[in-house]
Design a binder for this molecule. Structure first.
Ligand SMILES: Nc1nc2c(ncn2[C@@H]2O[C@H](COP(=O)(O)OP(=O)(O)OP(=O)(O)O)[C@@H](O)[C@H]2O)c(=O)[nH]1
Length: 240
């Protein structure tokens, strides 16, 4: 027969199973090799992976966080940067997305100029301006002040972020600063963000945003589309 201790502990696990949190789909896009897989590992598990291979299709990682007393779950969609590994998946990536992280490599200007095509892909897949966007320059540990002309400056990135309604961060998945650093000395005079700052900025924006509820209505290409509120609300809640 089950003891009262066992019974109460099983009740405890049932109640923890029933504890629910809002879940948000966060899409991570950008050219191949910019570090999407490494960054999502860092954002979810706080670690830099020892070995990575090109992503095929999509990989999922999760991060639970507490924003002002509310539990949120970020479901990070680490998408393939290589065209041949993403072809059949593109529509799935964008369906019911709540936020988009645009990643580029600060030491690879081509990955920065390529961002316009990622913005365009979002537009083609009906991701409107109401969906929060974040621009993240990765690999800041590789910045070399003596090779500035071969790197993406923060001025360029800030102006791109402004023009596209994005919040801007620069960091390193490999060697992130412990705290946000506004560099005057030691790091060549640029700002570096802690990975936790990024994750909390995303969480805070989504928490505010959602009251909105994406749910009720969506303006799409000038037409007004009424969504099924019940269905969308249900999709947002899961057990944590
Ligand atoms: N130095 C440094 N290297 C990094 C950093 N982030 C990723 N890398 C390296 O960059 C390479 C590509 O990283 P991935 O995370 O696989 O890149 P990806 O964008 O996911 O690539 P795809 O899956 O092809 O789209 C790997 O060799 C990583 O070790 C970083 O912050 N600093």
């Amino acid at each position: 027969m089950e003891s009262s201790l066992e019974f109460s502990s099983s009740l405890g696990s049932v109640s923890s199973l029933l504890s629910r949190c809002r879940t948000f789909k966060v899409l991570v896009i950008g050219d191949s090799g910019v570090g999407k897989t490494c960054l999502t590992h860092r954002l979810s598990a706080g670690q830099f992976p020892s070995r990575v291979e090109a992503t095929i299709g999509v990989d999922f990682r999760e991060r639970l966080l507490d924003v002002d007393g509310e539990k949120l779950k970020l479901q990070l969609w680490d998408t393939a940067g290589q065209e041949r590994f993403r072809k059949s998946m593109v529509q799935h990536y964008y369906r019911n997305v709540h936020a988009v992280l645009f990643i580029y490599d600060v030491t690879c200007p081509v990955s920065f100029t390529g961002l316009s095509s990622w913005v365009e892909e979002c537009r083609q897949n009906s991701v409107g301006q109401e969906i929060p966007r974040f621009l993240v320059g990765n690999k800041s540990d590789l910045r070399d002040p003596s090779r500035k002309e071969y790197q993406v400056s923060q001025e360029q990135a800030v102006s791109f972020a402004k023009a596209n309604g994005m919040m801007f961060f620069e960091t390193s998945a490999k060697n992130p600063p412990i705290k946000r650093v506004n560099g005057q000395r030691g790091n060549g005079g640029y700002q570096q963000d802690n990975v936790e700052d990024i994750v909390f900025a995303v969480g805070a924006k989504l928490k505010r945003q959602r009251k909105h509820s994406a749910a009720n209505a969506l303006v799409n290409n000038g037409s007004f589309k009424v969504m099924n509120k019940k269905r969308t609300e249900k999709e947002l809640w899961t057990c944590c």
